[in-house]
Design a protein around this ligand. Sequence first.
Ligand SMILES: C[S@@+](CC[C@H](N)C(=O)[O-])C[C@H]1O[C@@H](n2cnc3c(N)ncnc32)[C@H](O)[C@@H]1O
Length: 200
Amino acid sequence: MRNFIIVGHKATTTPNFSLEDIPGTSGRLDILCRAVTAAFVLSHGIRKDVCVHLILLGGEIPKTIRLVGETLRHLNPDERTTAALLKKALALPAAAEWAMSTSGIFVRTGGLAEVLADLKDAKLIYLREDGADIRSLDAGGLSGDAAFILGDHTGMTPEEESLIEQAGARVVSLGSTSLHADHCVVLLNWLLDTNVLMQG
Ligand SMILES: C[S@@+](CC[C@H](N)C(=O)[O-])C[C@H]1O[C@@H](n2cnc3c(N)ncnc32)[C@H](O)[C@@H]1O
């Protein structure tokens, strides 16, 4: 399973945003919507072996939305449709247990610490511009369950960095040029699809 964790520091935890102006009214949920598209959407279909965890920190209490490729329905390539699906999930009552919104989309309260605990058995890879070159990872380092952790336009806070470090993540780079999170996701999917990493 490929897991992508994207942290939205200002991303709203309520459904009170406008689909006519997603960036301006949702705390940049548009960044997370694009990451969802990059993670799942193929030319003709949805990747089944992908799970995306969106950490929304722009409200009173953090929320996490999980999208599971195996059962995901109604996802289209456009940002507005994705935002509408997230809006529905955010309209559910907040609780610590996962609640299903639409097929393959779940929501609960809690943030990065809880998701890292859920994924404690996965190989954790934290994407950061100054990390080790991803090409130095051997393919075995990414076989099995892998979880890639990415920030938003504000990067990651020192507290989050220390959580990620304590969870045992490797810090890996796609080059020194700072890219958009969704573009990183496309590159990661390509790297895993094409098996170009060194065979360890
Ligand atoms: C737009 S970038 C963040 C920009 C910048 N780090 C900052 O502090 O504002 C969003 C996320 O994509 C990932 N990222 C962007 N470029 C990267 C690169 N060249 N290598 C690895 N990860 C990258 C990181 O996880 C980053 O937090």
